[in-house]
Design a protein around this ligand. Sequence first.
Ligand SMILES: [Zn+2]
Length: 262
Amino acid sequence: MPEGDSVWQTARRLDVLSGQVLTESDFRVPSLATVDLAGRTVLETVSRGKHLLTRLTDGMTIHSHLRMEGRWDVQQPSASWRRPEHEARVVLRTGATVAIGYSVRVDLVATVAEDSLVGHLGPDLLGPDWDAEEALRRLERVGHVPVGEALLDQRNLAGIGNIFRAEACFLAGVDPFDPVALVPDVPRLVRLCHQLLEAHRDRSSRITTGDRRPGRRLWVYQRRGPCLRCGTPIRSGELGPEGSERSVWWCPSCQPARRIAD
Ligand SMILES: [Zn+2]
């Protein structure tokens, strides 16, 4: 699943369309197959957590979500497509540009009704209105939930994906399976999440260690072998609500468990 930083970068890419008139829209999902947005002007694209909102004149918003494998390309009409055409779910054309949404989930909503899609989201780590206090209040309410699970739950704070949840827990010295209530300094953990997203907002590669060498860029995510800091073998496991577990990695020495072993 993409992290908030790549969704933010995608919004910036799509923002190239702002001010341009759509000459053609081609939705390749059954529910929108007959929709034609030609003639509408694109106003802007913003990200909210992992959601993308492309606002048009006449009060319409194209809502898209990258899910696991989705991506938006924005390119010149003559440029060749980077993915197979059958993966395209939506194609937007203007005089100068074509935007192709591959494997995205896409739907249309009235701009005034955007809240029905994103209103449940916690504070957006990359939003202009990032609110750490509100994120803390929401995390407090889920004190019994494993912290690695709570960080991925976009209702608490929006923007953290599987890479940054593992890295933030490492940097905070927190075992991702420990319940939120046992994390000694939740404000620091939230600060680290915010710093990670901010630092990667304009970057294409993810580096949390400060070391650019291949295999040393991330502390624990997808790491096999010894911890870069202490040499203890990195462990991995599955964490998340039943049915949506995701892999997580941690160092048992740098991130000692505080819960009573079960
Ligand atoms: Zn370690």
